[in-house]
Design a protein around this ligand. Structure first.
Ligand SMILES: Cc1ncc(COP(=O)(O)O)c(C=O)c1O
Length: 443
């Protein structure tokens, strides 16, 4: 039994995967190495990393500098809590740096270790804020159909993809869904729908609206350009906090450090994770505005912010994040994402001559190709995406799809692309060429 077979056997016997079913994956890829935008498996085969693994390896694979940053910090201090009366240098420095990098109205950060935990914390901070304002009834969270906010119970309740929810209901109460801005399939004005939902629920019951600036796992859906400015107006009109879920879009992915900057909009809270460390270690967090920060700072003893997580502000994760931000800045990777994203989107647009390509969309290095059965009716292609992925894998490209759905909120299988920000021109062109051949092979 060579190393690879042993790994596969042990995996089959003992590893529960979040989303793959052992019976369907008798021959999983065993990745053992990565460099830049390329992954190598245990058999020595190379694959273009079409999704930066899970939209997170922003600075690319194989950065010894990040390993060194972690080792340096571990040698110095393994861990320190951020609980009552304690702090540590990398966490405090990172907090300051994130406040400076993000929106001008941001003031402070609470650190987590994942995206879902960041959203959970954002929901609690929103409730906390309103309670501190003397409005304890403002507890509901409005989110969107096709949204992905993670799968812990409250995050799952905000997520708008039924396939994740089906086996875990009932969901948490006080979560409400509205349609997103989805230009390819828009049937109603999504901002009016949001306003109607706030009025129907009662503005005095709504704490926050959460949205990904560009929907990621739910189908790679950038909004219409006027969507977020209008959302901001509606949120302001009814005293509803705007939570930007920038877990994918933060740290350069869309060609800006944070994505609501594309439309000049400032959120009240920003949930982040993934790209903050480029996935070298797990770290996430919530940035909060000055106003929310003040509500926490000024609280009387009986109303203090009581939250907890052992690994909040973990020094090693924060040290790696600081070095990751150095790399993003030093190498101009945010600007590079904008340039490479334009090239990728332009390349993908040429696939529109294939009869199953319904829509091609993107912002920065986040691009999607939605597959349909019929371009006139836009009937979603269901099942085709998995076949395209298999063909792409044979040709040396790995990525993921949004599995499509029919029904009230249809979407076709959508190929998702978000390579590391270090992806080269040549690799971008190869991604497009492989995708063309892979789709053509399924016709
Ligand atoms: C937009 C968004 N929010 C939240 C999450 C959840 O993050 P995590 O898997 O770290 O819990 C994800 C993960 O893909 C995401 O894309």
């Amino acid at each position: 039994m060579d190393g690879r077979d042993e790994v596969v056997a042990l995996d089959r016997e003992h590893l529960i995967h979040p989303q793959h079913f052992t019976a369907d994956h008798t021959d999983p890829l065993v990745f053992v190495e990565g460099r830049g935008a390329v992954l190598r498996d245990a058999d020595g085969r190379e694959f273009l990393d079409g999704l930066a693994c899970l939209w997170n390896v922003n600075v690319g694979h194989g950065r010894a500098e990040l390993a060194e940053a972690a080792a340096e910090q571990m040698r110095q201090l393994a861990y320190a809590t951020a609980y009552v009366g304690f702090t540590n240098p990398p966490a405090a420095r990172l907090a300051r740096r994130l406040v400076q990098l993000s929106y001008p109205n941001m003031s402070a950060v609470y650190f987590t270790t994942s995206g879902a935990e960041s959203n959970e914390s954002a929901f609690k901070i929103a409730r906390y804020f309103w309670r501190r304002q003397g409005k304890p009834g403002k507890v509901k969270i409005i989110s969107r159909v096709h949204a992905y906010h993670g799968v812990t119970l409250a995050a799952l309740s905000a997520t708008g993809i039924p396939a994740f929810q089906r086996m875990f209901t009932p969901l948490v109460p006080e979560f409400v869904h509205v349609p997103p801005s989805y230009p390819y399939r828009q049937t109603e004005d999504p901002v009016e729908a949001l306003e109607r939902a706030i009025l129907r629920e009662g503005p005095d019951t709504v704490a926050a609206f959460i949205a990904e600036p560009v929907i990621g796992s739910g189908g790679l859906i950038p909004p219409a350009p006027d969507y977020f400015p209008r959302v901001r107006e509606v949120c302001d009109r009814y005293d509803v906090l705007l939570i930007a879920d920038e877990i994918i879009t933060g740290f350069g992915r869309t060609g800006k450090w944070f994505a609501l900057d594309h439309w000049g909009v400032r959120p009240d809270l920003v949930a982040f994770a993934k790209g903050v460390t480029s996935a070298y270690l797990p770290l996430g967090g919530v940035l909060v505005s000055r106003q929310i920060h003040d509500a926490i700072l000024d609280a009387p003893a009986a109303e203090r912010f009581m939250h907890a997580a052992t690994y909040s502000a973990h020094p090693t994760c924060c040290a790696v994040a600081l070095r990751n931000l150095d790399i993003l800045e030093r190498e101009g990777l945010v600007e590079r994402a904008a340039r490479m994203g334009e090239r990728l989107l332009a390349g993908l647009q040429t696939l529109r001559d294939l009869p199953v390509v319904g829509d091609v969309r993107g912002l920065g290095l986040m691009c999607g190709v939605e597959l349909v059965e019929d371009r006139t009716t836009k009937a979603p292609a269901l099942g085709l995406g998995a076949r395209v992925l298999a063909e792409a894998k044979k040709r040396g490209l790995v990525t993921r799809i949004r599995v499509g759905q029919a029904g009230e909120h249809p979407i076709g299988d959508t190929v998702l692309l978000a390579p590391p920000l270090v992806v080269t021109e040549d690799q971008v062109d190869r991604i497009v060429a492989i995708l063309r051949d892979s789709i053509a092979a399924c016709l």
